[in-house]
Ligand binder design. Structure first.
Ligand code: RIB
Length: 309
């Protein structure tokens, strides 16, 4: 199997508590439920692309603990190629501590664990996967130098390079931008990367334009319930979001990115891939958890029937 989509990124075990609201500093809150679920932005995007019709390979690191085995088994069960998933001895797997409140918002603390061991060399070791693929996807939960190497190799090999700059904590290095075909931030990431406020469609457009002028070929700024804004050298277009009742927004952005990449790899137009990503993400927010919330192709197609998506 040659993967069409290669995801280079993180795998986390998500420890998820539901609480009426997010705790304040120093506060102890009584939660309502607790579950342990597979997650991590990289793995979530790989699962989304696989469930939504692409052949996918995952490049990443897991610990030598029970969580690592569960994370690998979960990807294998989705048909994801895991030959470039490395088990790191005497290391814990990535962990995310997540609180989801009654209004479906979340707060997340991640501990990198084995994700910190994904070196540029490990990406070089599986360059054959990149050569055979159409689309390369990166996020920011693995070492910065590894993301830079993956973007640079993806560009050099002529692949469609997607960067989901999440989680963003500082501006991207300027020399990264020309390596990126699609930069896909959310509102807070776009604000941080551009240094501009993002609190309306107008300000989102200004931030997206700023990031495109920095050198990314195309920017898709995801705006949650307000839809998505696409910007390229020819102009911009707003894509309204399907209206749904959200219960948990965890992994909505990951679902969009994976679905968008899967649609591109299946030959869909850019506009169609964006709408498909929005349909998939809309379904994901109606369900709890990261990977358990990601829909399958038939579900997304059924949800789109009757709409003009
Ligand atoms: O984007 C959602 C993901 O962020 C969670 O699955 C968690 O692992 C964190 O990485």
């Amino acid at each position: 199997m040659q993967a069409q989509v290669v995801v280079i990124g993180s795998l986390n075990m998500d420890l998820v508590a539901r609480a009426p609201r997010l705790p304040r500093a120093g506060e102890t809150l009584a939660g309502e439920s607790f579950v342990t679920l597979p997650g991590g932005k990289g793995a979530n995007q790989a699962v989304a692309a696989a469930r939504l019709g692409a052949r996918v390979a995952m490049v990443g690191c897991i610990g030598d603990d029970a969580h690592g085995q569960q994370l690998r088994d979960g990807l294998l069960a989705e048909g994801i190629e895991c030959s470039a998933l490395t088990r790191i001895e005497r290391c814990s797997s990535g962990t995310a501590l997540i609180v989801v409140d009654d209004s479906s918002q979340n707060a997340i603390v991640i501990v990198a664990g084995a994700n910190a061991e994904l070196s540029p060399q490990r990406v070089s070791d599986c360059e054959g996967l990149l050569e055979a693929a159409q689309v390369v996807i990166c996020q920011l939960e693995v070492p910065t130098e590894t993301v830079a190497h993956a973007l640079e190799r993806g560009r050099a090999l002529g692949k469609t390079v997607i960067l989901n700059p999440a989680p963003a904590s500082e501006a991207l290095p300027a020399h990264w931008y020309p390596w990126i075909d699609y930069l896909i931030p959310n509102e807070s990431e776009a604000a941080l990367l551009s240094g501009l406020p993002v609190d309306s469609l107008e300000s989102a457009l200004a931030a997206a334009e700023h990031l495109r002028k920095a050198g990314a070929a195309k920017v898709i700024l995801t705006l949650g319930a307000r839809g998505a804004l696409f910007v390229d050298a020819d102009g911009h277009r707003h894509f309204p979001a399907p209206s749904v009742r959200a219960v948990d927004t965890t992994a909505a952005g990951d679902t969009f990115v994976g679905a968008f990449a899967a649609a591109l790899s299946r030959g869909c137009s850019e506009a169609r891939a964006i709408r498909f990503g929005q349909s998939a993400a809309a379904l994901s927010v109606t369900r709890a958890g990261a990977q358990p919330s990601i829909p399958y192709l038939a579900e997304v197609e059924a949800s789109e029937m009757g709409s003009d998506a």
